[in-house]
Write a protein that binds this ligand. Sequence first.
Ligand SMILES: NC(=O)c1ccc[n+]([C@@H]2O[C@H](COP(=O)([O-])OP(=O)(O)OC[C@H]3O[C@@H](n4cnc5c(N)ncnc54)[C@H](OP(=O)(O)O)[C@@H]3O)[C@@H](O)[C@H]2O)c1
Length: 261
Amino acid sequence: MKLAVFGATGRMGLTVVRLAAEQAIQLVGAIDAANSPHLGRDVGELAGTGTLGVAVGADVASGLLGADVVIDFSTAGAFDALLRAAAHAGVAVVSGTTRLASSSVALIDRSAAKIPVLWAPNMSVGVHVLAEAVRRAVQVLGDYDVELVEAHHNQKTDAPSGTATMLIEAAQRGRASLVPVHGREGDVGVRKPDELGVHAIRGGGIVGDHTVHLIGQFDRIEFTHRALSRELFAAGALRAARWLLGKSAGRYELAQVIAGD
Ligand SMILES: NC(=O)c1ccc[n+]([C@@H]2O[C@H](COP(=O)([O-])OP(=O)(O)OC[C@H]3O[C@@H](n4cnc5c(N)ncnc54)[C@H](OP(=O)(O)O)[C@@H]3O)[C@@H](O)[C@H]2O)c1
């Protein structure tokens, strides 16, 4: 597999570069923002793997040259340009970038007519198992109150996390009437049965924790996933990239990778 990384010098991008090197995957491109202070530097040196002979560049088309797959962990604002360039170059895309605009989601569908695309707001197998457990529990425990708490590092700029949104959607598949209520402040009145309270903690170096609480009159159940390292998401993205190799154009889901379809 010949791999390019977009958002290459970010927290996730460097983790993907490091893990790809450990897995002896050939890196052919490393793309970052035009104002990145790391342009021209060897991405392997930045990632701590030693020289890989791939300099960080800002030109997407040249960064994708020779790649089979590009892994993207960047920003919602950068996503469309990557997708257009990848569709033009015929390079498959694995993206974990969150908070995409609805126009970007529509662009995924259009690009999937030309290239294989897999976008997932959480690349960990464990979280997908959690989402299914949450869906089932909410469905069975129909009158329990549902609340979600997520925690991330103090550099995260968006809330709720993409994973929290994914878990909200899973709970709504279990009980369609659930309505997210983001944080509570002031005289908000008594909790309505169909509220799904969503709360965000930000601090220190937390990689990503998500807890879904199901609270009844006589007991409470808590489903918790804690990411211990960013390698969890990088490993999932690399697994998805390998799975996508040789696939025909289309939009794919991480659930298909997990199921080994
Ligand atoms: N799906 C998952 O499992 C998962 C897991 C973790 C994170 N994420 C998501 O992945 C994304 C990145 O997270 P992170 O923690 O790695 O963030 P980060 O450290 O801020 O990295 C983002 C990288 O993208 C670069 N970038 C910005 N504009 C760009 C452009 N126009 N072209 C190319 N690169 C550009 C940034 O460069 P500059 O710093 O120079 O601007 C930075 O290197 C976020 O959306 C996050 O929510 C998803």
